[in-house]
Design a protein around this ligand. Structure first.
Ligand code: GLN
Length: 446
């Protein structure tokens, strides 16, 4: 059942739906849920394990936070509750949202419902896999460099990464604060609009929250509106044949529906990965310094002194990928390398933004791949550099703070979903939903 339909059910019907969803989730073998908590009555929506829900465990998929119970609701959770939604179940994720496969969680790997030998994508892999498997009506995820859009694409569902500042980060476990945004993962575009309308808006508890009025997207949806859509010709070269086929199919459909396609190129994309992995790790190293064994979650036993407590707690509590990023982040922030790496990356970030803004002078949005391929096999992303490279199409959007919607376009000949994204100017989100709905209706993916 779609979210918008479930919101119109009677309280008793919603209660039955919640019970049914939880039962199905408990019987599922894809490991998308790592907890079956519920919070009140209403339409069940699944919550990623890095968003605070009062009195629930919240661990960000990490051993270091095990035993920690949220003392408060994140702003998005308060908003869900007001709208008649009951947070229901904890979604698995990559540890501290660092990853692209949901293989680094301390609760084990989540499987892709289309092919259990493949990953669901990450880091919001539990959220996307559950929606795709029909064991969640809708879910919340978070996107720092693609973690909503990429798992949505690998699982054949819709994911929306809002403009930076449009959704409060208050109560979101911080990974890289200048990049993180919470957003919806849903069965279709209309549900994404409905859920986004519920969670968007200014929040004085988040100093980076944009003080702009949120105008309902769902109420203004117009799939017939015509837009100018840019395609970046040299951007697509590194994608494999499945992704290129989806790209071609989407362009043809958009043109047939009366949209104007313009061709352009981008030259700074080659810097995206280096820039992102400097800024994201620098912010992560700073944010994760708070997990010291004193204030939150787990504390190492048998320690000699305070230094030993810090070292043992962090050595035992963090997984390998998180440690790698803390090391990298502290390196790029260290006095000898700050200018050469961190400061340089911030400058390049401006160049990347300028290049996007130039395209938005001529086009309402950009059509782009999300990942270079369909969902990879479990275990195939062991080389961290290879995994980072697979983020090439998503991370620039976060560096610039742009909104982007990911939607399924087609299935390849193995039956695996291939998704694409539409990217727009900051705070200009309505066109994305209109065009995405237009594509969804024509392509008839389901
Ligand atoms: N794969 C990227 C990373 O590992 C993005 C993750 C995210 O968006 N949370 O940092």
């Amino acid at each position: 059942m779609k979210l918008r339909e479930a919101l119109n059910l009677s309280p008793d019907e919603q209660k039955a739906l919640q019970k049914d969803i939880l039962e199905k989730a408990k019987n599922s073998d894809i490991n998308a849920y790592i907890g079956f908590e519920t919070s009140g009555e209403g339409v069940p929506v699944l919550i990623k394990d890095n968003i605070q829900v009062k009195n629930w465990s919240v661990t960000c998929g990490s051993k270091i936070l095990q035993g920690y119970i949220s003392p408060y609701d994140a702003t998005v959770i308060e908003k869900l509750k007001v709208a008649g939604i009951a947070p229901t179940g904890r979604a698995n994720m990559d540890e501290f949202a660092m990853g692209s496969t949901t293989e680094s969680s301390c609760y084990g790997i989540t499987k892709n419902p289309h092919d259990p030998s493949r990953v669901p994508g990450g880091s919001s892999g539990g959220s996307a896999a559950a929606v795709a498997a029909g064991i969640a009506v809708a879910a919340l995820g978070s996107d720092t460099g693609g973690s909503i859009r990429q798992p949505a694409a690998y699982c054949g569902v819709v994911g929306f990464k809002p403009t930076y500042g449009k959704v409060s980060r208050y109560g979101l476990g911080a990974y890289a604060s200048s990049l993180d945004q919470i957003g919806p993962i849903t069965q279709d575009v209309e549900d994404a609009a409905v859920l986004y309308d519920i969670i968007a808006g200014h929040d004085s508890n988040d100093s980076t929250s944009a003080n702009v009025e949120h105008i309902s997207i769902a109420q203004n949806l117009d799939p017939e509106k015509k837009y100018t859509i840019a395609v970046v010709d040299n951007y697509i070269e590194e994608a494999d044949s499945d992704v290129q086929a989806a790209y071609k199919k989407a362009i043809e459909a958009l043109e047939a529906n009366g949209h104007t396609i313009i061709h352009t190129t981008m030259s700074n994309t080659k810097y995206d990965i280096a820039t992102y992995y400097i800024i994201a790790t620098a912010e992560a190293a700073t944010n994760l310094a708070r997990y010291d064994g004193i204030r939150y979650g787990r504390r190492a036993a048998d320690v000699k002194n305070i230094q030993d407590l810090y070292i043992k707690t962090r050595s035992e509590g963090f997984g390998e990928e998180v440690k790698r990023r803390i090391l990298l982040g502290n390196f790029v922030l260290s006095s000898g390398y700050y200018d050469a790496y961190y400061l340089k990356a911030q400058k390049v970030r401006h160049l990347i933004r300028d290049e996007f803004n130039k395209i938005f002078e001529q086009a309402d949005m950009i059509l782009s791949p999300i990942a270079p391929s369909v969902a990879p096999k479990i275990g195939s992303s062991e080389d961290p550099l290879e995994m980072y490279k697979s983020d090439m199409y998503t991370i620039a959007i976060n560096l610039v703070g742009l909104p982007a919607i990911s939607l399924p376009i087609m299935k390849n000949n193995e039956g695996l979903p291939v998704g694409l994204q539409l990217i727009a100017k900051a705070f200009n989100e309505q066109p994305l939903f209109d065009a995405a709905l237009n594509l969804e209706k024509t392509l008839n993916y389901r």
